[in-house]
Design a protein around this ligand. Structure first.
Ligand code: ADP
Length: 151
């Protein structure tokens, strides 16, 4: 059983628009296991660390205010190839280039309102999970459905 984990965050627009139950449903339906979830307000220092590689981008200030404009639903999912598969469920960064059927492809239009974040590598997933969650906030359990999801 794979214990690979990824960090998925529904951004403030995805929470305010009520899209988050649909997002949880898509990850659950694919077979992934929810191991952490909380509704939280992100502060600037957390976001500066989270988006450290984007600090010099012209859109960085608007990205910060977007991410601080309301609650974020922070989640951690576990399962086979979940980092890469999670990114596939999200779609491309630019919603106009996201295929229909993906989350951004189905629910968003603008890059600065693309409703969801997902870790882009196993290494970054670990960093982001540690940044957003305390160890004791993550729950380990065996879903009763696993025998029907994994052979
Ligand atoms: P992703 O979220 O798909 O991993 P990035 O890490 O490149 O993409 O960017 C982080 C976030 O910054 C994006 O999800 C998007 O909200 C915002 N962003 C990225 N590029 C732009 C841009 N050119 N204009 C406005 N916002 C952007």
């Amino acid at each position: 059983m794979s214990t690979e984990r990824t960090f998925i965050a529904v951004k403030p627009d995805g929470v305010q628009r009520g899209i988050f139950p649909e997002i949880l449903r898509r990850f659950q339906n694919k077979g992934f296991k929810l191991v952490g979830i909380k509704l939280t307000l992100a502060n600037e220092s957390l976001l500066r660390e989270h988006y450290a590689d984007l600090q010099s981008k012209p859109f960085f200030p608007s990205l910060l205010s977007y991410m601080m404009s309301g609650p974020i639903l922070a989640t951690v999912w576990e399962g086979k190839d979940v980092v890469k598969q999670g990114r596939a469920l999200l779609g491309a960064t630019n919603p106009l280039q996201s295929a229909p059927g993906t989350i951004r492809g189905d629910f968003a239009l603008d890059m600065g309102r693309n409703i969801i974040h997902g870790s882009d590598s196993v290494e970054n997933a670990e960093k982001e999970i540690n940044l957003w969650f305390k160890k004791e906030e993550l729950v380990d359990y065996k879903p009763t459905m696993y025998g029907w999801i994994y052979e």
